[in-house]
Design a protein around this ligand. Sequence first.
Ligand code: BGC
Length: 504
Amino acid sequence: MRKGFGLPIVFCLFHLVISQKNCTTIRLPKGLKLGVGSAAFQIEGAWDAADKTPSIWDNFSRSSGVIKDGSNAQDSCKSYEYYKRDVAMVKYLGVDFYRFSISWPRVLPTGFPNKISKEGSEYYSNLIDELLANGIEPVVTMFHWDLPQRLQNLGGWANPLIADWFEDYADVLFDLYGDRVKTWITINEPRQMGLFGYGSNRFAPGINAHGIGEYLAAKNIVMANAKAWRLYDRKYRPKQNGTCSITIATDHREGITDSPDDIQAALDAMDFEVGLYSHPIFTKKGGFPDSVVRLVAEKSKEQGYLESRLPEFTEEEIEFVKGTSDFFGFNHYSTKFVSRKSYKPGMYPIPSHDDDLGAFGTLLDYTPAVVPHCTSIPWGARKALKWVKENCGNPDIMIIENGFGTHGGLQDNDRVTYLQSYLLEILDAVEKDQCNVVAYTVWSLMDNFEWDSGLRVKFGIFETNYDDEKKTRTPRASAFWYKNLAATKSLDCDFKPTFKNIQF
Ligand code: BGC
């Protein structure tokens, strides 16, 4: 595996600890890069600008009735129109990189490379140039869920041919932007997109083929990542010299008690939720994790299927997929406590991924956050990083997402507390567990369209004013906190943000 992003971390200089956990000032590890993230569909708006065709999220958000506040992303943050303002915000923070994504149907309106949109491709080229001109490194996600509807009409991520379609799309992006982009993320969070989009109807495309769709998507996503990575490695890396990997939602799963049964349930849950995507890529054995193969096969048999609902990899595919990463893209929000005892058949649809796992997850007595999937359980981040170290061959880890959702307000002390306590645990993972964390990214630069929660749930360290024609942004307390972190390269737990009257 190649070395990923940035310089290797020097551990020895790492800690100027004045006091731990109740910290006053802790220096960040030397070489740890800081960034902030967004995704095309969530911020761009301009859903039909120039020759762009609809993505599955354009259609789903306008017609499924699933978006909780009834909003859509037609305008969203208007980043397509005002991208220079986004760059100015990142610059104001003083962080090293900006992680954004490219909309597939904006660059390839047919989904295929027979037609490259001039205006669509120039938009990203200009954004990259603007970032570089301001000393900000672009970290680019090729696919953050907004599949061209035309490819969905052909089966989308349930069709194995998508691995080739994705490779062609990646070829276009490497060719257009690889001279300037040195860190690529192929696909964002395969689990969320496959499970919620193909195994349920919570996310686009809303296929709801539970117990089947999410597994087809899992295999095809892993194959698509492998094809794109191999293409980069063979054709582009020699001249462009960058890195490329998938990013996986790596929330932690803990046994509800220390009983061997509950501990096993938690390990199996990690296999189902993370290992399904990481095991084929990051382990020596390759293929899906044994526990998932066994449990899905057993349940499929009981349910009268002639074969397991989990697709198999051929020997050739196993070899092809192994090692197709330069770092581990790690997205982390929270932890759940799992047990098999409190699981009852019928609790979940049959068949389904959750039923195959056969365990029940809860937040125990943690108070759920406004957005329950970011309930603050900071120590889970350290455990999840350790899981990656131990189960994925001790890779370089880029933390690609970590953030906190609220219902708004500029004085977002709860977000600051969340980010601060997660960072403390991440720093412990680096120092005490020797996890190779090379980058940390706050989700998100600004409030944006939060998928099925619409515009009501806010993840931004900048507030977006959706009532304003220009969607003006104002820094929250967390933006001043992050700016201070970037400037001092130190975590100052006593830092009190002073609001400056500034807007973008
Ligand atoms: C996704 C983001 C999303 C964030 C907060 C992640 O699952 O990659 O697009 O906004 O979580 O829910």
